[in-house]
Design a protein around this ligand. Structure first.
Ligand code: BEZ
Length: 263
């Protein structure tokens, strides 16, 4: 998918994602606990990735349906969690006529072009009083890798715009309330995360997530850009053979207000 209202395009490698970035689903179980799925509930998992958390939700709910903008992720999710339903869909334009009791999202909203529009689509997909519970990168998320990449690219004459949105609590509160939700809980916290792959941790992170960050760089130049990023980061984020990325999470609970949205 492409264009200004679709989820960000990244060349996802679901197998590598599950192997080297399994911490995403591991940390996400705490967000499922916050969601607290009930046995009668139908729950939508927005940006379900490889479906690990959709399956966890499904074990506690009546039904869980996962959607993702990546076809390869949806294919992998279907084989990882055959009891669940999955759809390839753009979160800005959810394709459901049925209503959900809750919508869940882990580590996906920051990839989406227009979070307010996504919140409006979630509002439409929810029953009145339904809850929207999730976690995304918050203000300052992975600022070490982003800052070092930006500096390295600038030194080579490339411009770089961050392809993600990492809001503050105040910014997120405005987005969700404009879309018709009451934000009943929000937490912004640091989660320093050791990257798998030892010496190659940053290179693997950029290989997995950096398609847009490094989009302007010819493939032949990328290895030297990665070397430059590592050099800039090493004193802050490398120790004893491992890289640590300064992840920062924004976790939230929002409730669809019972009044009809006016706009
Ligand atoms: C995150 O989950 O915070 C994240 C993952 C990849 C790129 C940017 C942020």
């Amino acid at each position: 998918m492409s264009g200004p209202t679709t989820d960000r395009e990244n060349d996802w490698n679901p197998q590598q994602y599950d192997e080297a970035f399994d911490f995403v689903a591991r940390h996400g179980t705490a967000v499922v606990d916050l969601l607290d799925p009930q046995p009668t509930e139908r729950i939508l998992d927005l940006g379900c990735g490889t479906g690990e958390l959709t399956r966890t939700i499904d074990e506690r709910a009546a039904a869980a349906i996962g959607v993702d903008a990546s076809r390869s992720m949806v294919r992998t999710a279907r084989s990882n969690a055959p009891a669940c339903s999955f759809a390839h869909a753009d979160a800005h334009h959810l394709p459901f006529s049925m209503k959900f009791d809750a919508v869940f999202s882990n580590a996906a909203l920051h990839w989406m072009d227009d979070i307010e529009r996504v919140c409006r689509a979630v509002w439409t997909a929810l029953e009145r009083g339904g809850r929207f519970v999730g976690e995304l990168g918050g203000a300052g998320n992975v600022h070490g890798i982003c800052g070092a990449t930006q500096a390295e690219l600038a030194s080579r004459g490339y411009a770089m715009e961050l392809p993600w949105t990492f809001p503050t609590i105040e910014e997120f509160a405005t987005l969700v309330s404009t879309a018709g939700f009451e934000l009943t809980g929000a937490w912004l916290f640091d989660r320093p995360t050791v990257l798998e792959g030892g010496d190659n941790g940053v290179a693997r992170w950029l290989d997995m997530f950096g398609d847009e960050l490094l989009g302007a760089v010819p493939p032949t130049e990328r290895p030297s850009v990665v070397d430059g990023v590592e050099t800039r980061l090493r004193s802050e984020q490398y120790s004893d053979g491992t890289w640590t990325a300064n992840y920062r999470r924004l976790r939230f609970v929002a409730v669809r207000q019972t009044a009809e949205r006016i706009t």
